[in-house]
Design a protein around this ligand. Structure first.
Ligand code: IPM
Ligand code: MG
Length: 378
């Protein structure tokens, strides 16, 4: 192999591949091609172990998260997921819905810390529905609690009534606060805690715990409080003012889709879901987009940026992560874009080839600044 890094200890990793449904397999295939280049060019060996999740798993085994997938993840350093869901399974009972597979894998592996970086890029300012002047210098990290709250509380339905319970305990809030604070320490040391403490008791517990953890353990980090309704507004009005945004599960879900519009398309947003053992599930924020599945036009950038996050946070390869991100940004500068952004845009395969070509031609593994190391939660 033409690796410049052969003098380093063997860097071989196991990653479970979870193509999933809809456009999931298409963007997953793009990730596999790019990982081949990462191997050839930089000597990072990723052994992919493809497994089933979501609707594809329901069709094959009856379960959205088969035991074989869980067992494979236990042996792996990370998992890379395309997307789950589709109209075919919409009428299924809750434990046989594709989304249940996603929620189960998050719970099974304690993936409590969900990172969704929102960074605008000058070449894409014109594609956002917001005015370009609002988009300058937007670089915020949304830290979403991912294994608690209303998503995982008791749920019931009886006749004409239904209930979803939102519950959090001190420990759940403490660990994600520590994660957010460590990220803030690598950035501008400012956290905006987003809640609804004027109405919700869980939010009042969040405020108490977050402020206590920061005061006791991270005195160099500042915390400001913001109600979620105001945060939704300020994200559009003055997005560049945020550094780290910390919030609970449901608010984080909603705000991350909103924030994706700053970047130009939901097809550009990656995510990492981490536990304390450095295992992570990496996936685009977008869904399975069944309306365009199978046409070869899906935007692979969110998936490829998720690969970069995986290199950084679970595989300890920050230089290669930087190299991949820089390559993607260079493609954006060149106007190498899909149809969700430009009319007559390129297809998934064309974009993938452009990224692979430029990545393999890079002189070194990146201009690693030391600013974006991985996050170790233990
Ligand atoms: C996300 C998705 C999921 C969520 C769905 C698919 C269950 O919207 O990751 O943002 O709500 O968490
Ligand atoms: Mg969502």
């Amino acid at each position: 192999m033409s690796s410049e890094t052969t003098n380093r200890p063997d860097r071989t990793f196991k990653v479970v591949g979870l193509p999933g449904d809809g456009i999931g397999p298409e963007v997953y295939a793009s990730a596999c091609q790019v990982l081949d280049v990462v191997q050839d060019r930089f000597g990072v060996h990723v052994q992919l172990d493809p497994q089933l999740i979501g609707g594809a798993a329901i069709d094959a085994s009856g379960s959205p998260l088969p035991q074989a997938t869980i067992d494979a993840c236990r042996q792996a350093d990370a998992a890379l997921l395309g997307a789950v869901g589709g109209p075919k399974w919409d009428g299924n009972p809750v434990d046989r819905r594709p989304e249940s597979g996603l929620l189960k894998i998050r719970a099974e592996f304690n993936l409590f810390c969900n990172l969704r970086p929102i960074v605008t890029h000058p070449a894409l300012h014109g594609f956002s529905p917001l005015k370009p002047d609002r988009l300058e210098n937007v670089d915020l990290m949304l830290v979403r609690e991912l294994t608690g709250g209303i998503y995982f509380g008791k749920k019931w339905r009886k006749g004409d009534r239904a209930e979803d319970v939102c519950s959090y305990n001190r420990e759940e809030i403490t660990r994600v606060t520590r994660a957010a604070a460590r990220i803030a320490q690598q950035r501008d040391r400012r956290i905006t805690l987003v809640d609804k403490a004027n109405v919700l008791e869980t939010s009042r517990l969040w405020r108490e715990v977050v402020h206590q953890v920061i005061a006791d353990e991270f005195p160099d980090v500042q915390v400001e409080n913001m109600f979620v309704d105001a945060a939704a507004m300020h994200l559009l009005n003055r997005p560049a003012d945020f550094d780290v945004m910390l919030t609970e599960n449901l608010f984080g879900d909603i705000l991350s889709d909103e924030a994706s519009m700053l970047c130009g398309s939901l097809g550009l947003l990656p995510s990492a879901s981490l536990n304390e053992e450095q295992f992570g599930l990496y996936e685009p924020v977008h869904g399975s987009a069944p309306d365009i599945a199978g046409q070869g036009i899906a935007n692979p950038y969110a998936m490829l940026l998720s690969v970069a996050m995986m290199l950084r946070h679970s595989l300890d390869c920050p230089e290669e992560a930087d190299a991949l991100e820089q390559t993607i940004f260079a493609c954006w500068n060149e106007g190498i874009l899909t149809r969700d952004l430009v009319e007559n845009g390129l297809g998934t395969q064309d974009i993938t080839e452009a990224v692979c070509q430029r990545l393999s031609a890079r002189k070194s593994s990146g201009h690693y600044s030391g600013n974006t190391p991985g996050l170790h939660l233990q």
